[in-house]
Write a protein that binds this ligand. Structure first.
Ligand code: BEZ
Length: 221
């Protein structure tokens, strides 16, 4: 990488906990207003650098093949790249012809880069014209709950996207935290005590798997 070319970028980037910025966009399934998109569902909004490129083809094929798992988690997919809807349609048809896999979710044609800029997907030291590989997990209240940014040359990990989505949902439903490498069915972390009284109670609790009062796990259900 030519470090002399680096510029310091000082853009406002979306952050975890922010309301997802609203936008109107043209997609492969018609126009959408994001605030009205997939009401009462979680949304995984993800960008790819360009249609008809190899890593992106593997990634969108991965999203398409595992769409049923996102459906099962009450989650709608929404792709994006800075390409025209015509390019998207040509690529969708090409992949379907070559592999039999249909990209069965809307892909935003963000040719004016409006959405990419709103979501910090344009990272000029990586590319001035193409979005990086971003993933935004957005909850049913349209709040951003998790952000991943990957560079051009490194594909994402679908297991990790599904794992973190499920972890957020479990954390919300049961008011627990999830440890390193947690996956569905593993023990969960109960919130640490906040007072001496709670700490004493925790020390006496025989139902939990405890390392110490501040690190205690339990089975869900
Ligand atoms: C790819 O998807 O293979 C790719 C796209 C843009 C830049 C580098 C790689």
């Amino acid at each position: 990488m030519d470090t002399t070319m680096n510029t310091v970028t000082n853009r406002v980037m979306p952050k975890i906990g922010d309301m997802a910025p609203d936008f109107e966009a043209v997609t492969t399934m018609g126009k959408i207003q994001f605030s009205d998109y997939a009401p009462d569902q979680w949304v995984v909004l993800f960008s790819h650098p360009a249609d008809f490129t190899p890593v992106c083809t593997t990634e969108l094929t991965g999203f398409a093949k595992r769409k049923a798992e996102f459906d099962a988690l009450n989650t709608a997919l929404l792709g994006l790249s800075i390409d025209s809807v015509h390019a998207h349609l040509g690529w969708i048809q090409n992949v379907r012809q070559n592999t039999g896999v249909l990209f069965d979710f809307p892909i935003i044609a963000d040719i004016d880069m409006k959405v990419a800029k709103l979501y910090g997907m344009l990272q000029p030291n990586e590319s001035e014209t193409a979005a990086v590989r971003a993933v935004f997990i957005i909850d049913p209240y349209k709040r951003i709950r998790l952000i991943m940014y990957y560079p051009m040359n490194v594909g994402r990990n679908m297991d990790e996207i599904l794992r973190t989505l499920q972890a957020l949902q479990v954390s919300d439903q049961y008011q627990v935290a999830l440890p390193l490498d947690w996956k569905s069915g593993d023990k969960v972390i109960v919130p640490p005590p906040r007072t001496v009284e709670e700490m004493n109670k925790r020390l006496e609790d025989k139902t939990l798997e405890k390392v110490d009062f501040y690190l205690a796990k339990k089975d869900l259900n």
